[in-house]
Ligand binder design. Structure first.
Ligand code: SF4
Length: 278
């Protein structure tokens, strides 16, 4: 077993039940590397998961405390935990693109509005892959999927001048980054910054679903084809490339920090208690 898996994950959950060649393991490993490099242990982090492939493959793998929520509700559970936990304890959530940018988006926006201290890792596989490969909120336009046999025509959140990270920034997110699963240490460094950020942070990581998305859109289930496709579109240089590209790196880091939700609530309830006693 890999050193990080042995250190942080439950042995009975290894190997993962993800399809062979799935990029989810790469996403998961980067988060473990970040935790390890920050010198954190399994008692320092509470790990929550959402629904879909990202949630299912990550759920209950962490040796420390963990929990799962239905679509979008994982943020509400994490908010309650944030109020109960010691401020130095970290909350990391692994969610899919549906949990973050679709069904769960409104819940995510309100969590950001409140500036709850947690780190959300969005593991984006371009659609509803756990239910057979229907198109979703980040499916590249024109893609052949289970529900778009003639090519996806529905506008998505990441093309044609739209970027979901703009919306999250406007809602008040303090730290935002984007990466792809084929990247290395630069992605780990962003996750480390996100975990250390006091307030809400999110890292969007695109990864290949070899079974459904790439099997249908590219017509190949060979991991080598899926990884080549993603690598060719991974653009850490911040320059403009034609077509589908993922500009990667830190997208936004707030200079003026907003008050964090649990700190504000502790202060507020302390003042109310004092007034009630006087
Ligand atoms: S369906 Fe796709 S995203 Fe889900 S585990 Fe299989 S390869 Fe990974």
């Amino acid at each position: 077993m890999d050193y990080l898996a042995e250190k942080f994950l439950k042995a009975k959950k290894i190997p993962s039940t993800a399809c062979s060649g799935c990029g989810l393991g790469q996403v998961h490993k980067k988060v473990l590397m970040a935790i390890d490099e920050l010198g954190l242990g399994s008692a320092d982090v509470v790990w929550g998961t959402g629904i879909g492939c990202a949630g299912r493959q990550t759920f209950n793998t962490w040796k420390g405390d963990n929990f799962a929520g239905t679509h979008g509700r994982v943020y509400a559970l994490a908010t309650g935990l944030r109020l109960a936990l010691q401020p130095e304890q970290k909350i990391v959530l692994t969610v899919g693109d549906g949990d973050a940018f679709g069904i769960g988006l409104l819940h995510l926006l309100h969590c950001i509005r409140r500036n709850v201290d947690m780190t959300v890792i969005v593991a984006d596989n371009f659609g509803y892959q756990s239910t057979g490969g229907q198109y979703g909120y980040t499916t590249p336009s024109g893609s052949i999927t289970d529900s778009s046999p003639y090519g996806m025509q529905d506008p998505n959140w990441v093309q044609d001048g739209r970027d979901i990270l703009d919306i999250l920034k406007s809602a008040g997110a303090g730290f935002l980054a984007r990466h792809t699963s084929v990247e290395g240490q630069n992605a780990v460094e962003s996750i480390k910054q996100a975990i250390n950020f006091k307030g809400f942070s999110l890292v969007h990581i695109v990864y290949p679903c070899v079974t459904n998305f790439f099997g249908k859109a590219l017509g190949s289930r060979k991991p080598v084809d899926a990884y080549r496709w993603l690598k060719e579109r991974t653009n850490p240089a911040q320059d403009n490339l034609e077509g589908i590209t993922f500009t990667t790196g830190v997208y936004h880091k707030a200079l003026d920090k907003r008050q964090e939700f649990s700190e504000q609530m502790r202060k507020f309830t302390g003042n109310v208690q004092k007034r009630c006693q006087s």
